[in-house]
Design a protein around this ligand. Sequence first.
Ligand code: ATP
Length: 266
Amino acid sequence: DGSNEPTLNSKPKTTFRDVAGLEEIKEELFEVVDFMKSPEKYQKMGAKIPKGILFYGPPGTGKTLLASAVAGETNSSFFNVTGSEFVEKYVGVGAKRVRTLFEKARKEAPSIIFIDEIDAIGAKRHLESNNEKDQTLNQLLVEMDGFNKDSNIIIIGATNRLDLLDDALLRPGRFDRHIHISSPNVKTRYEILKVHTNNKPLDKTVDLDLLAKKTHGFNGAHLANIANEAAIYAVRDASEVITSEHFDRALERVIAGVESKSSALI
Ligand code: ATP
């Protein structure tokens, strides 16, 4: 059926400037952006434009953000979906959703299709390839193989676990570029904090350098959250600026959230 289609798309304004740190990754992606902007240049050299890029690494490290920046930089339509949205009880439904997604992306090309948690559909297949998940994965492979060289669609998959994926997905011509995105180090954490406090009035007491040092083990999503919580505390105090004390409270709050989440896992 056509209901519940996981094909929300937009034209994001995100650019690489919104992504802190990750310089080497941005450089590699810049090449992809260049491919999409001037494909002739590469075709003349007989170079193939990549179809699929796989981001792998821990959650909250900017995978979705980077994919949306590629769309923003190339002025592409951005289709942001999650692997689990395709997994259905009834055989054929997931495959049909994949087909519909690619139809739309072709219609609105240039397009970036971002599939988060791609392992939900791309996990290693079983010998008997006839269950719903396998059909969905097969359809994805068919769509990827079906692109011609100038269809101007790039698919970015994201997973926390590269080792779970079916080899067929990783073959040349499919997701053949693998980019590891790791948890931010202290320098990157500082840069992420910079990006997320850029538009905020900070008091002189705020020491982002120190905050970066105190947030070992935090990812970009946590840091964005700290900056936002600090701003909310400042509003609550009717303060003109965000002070280090607001950041301390925000940090405590986010730490409490992280701890309650990890204890829930035990
Ligand atoms: P998941 O695997 O959970 O989907 P993800 O790797 O896709 O996570 P994002 O959704 O891109 O992570 O990141 C969440 C938020 O964290 C972003 O919207 C952004 O606010 C912030 N963030 C993460 N990394 C960075 C970064 N390098 N620079 C700036 N902001 C970042």
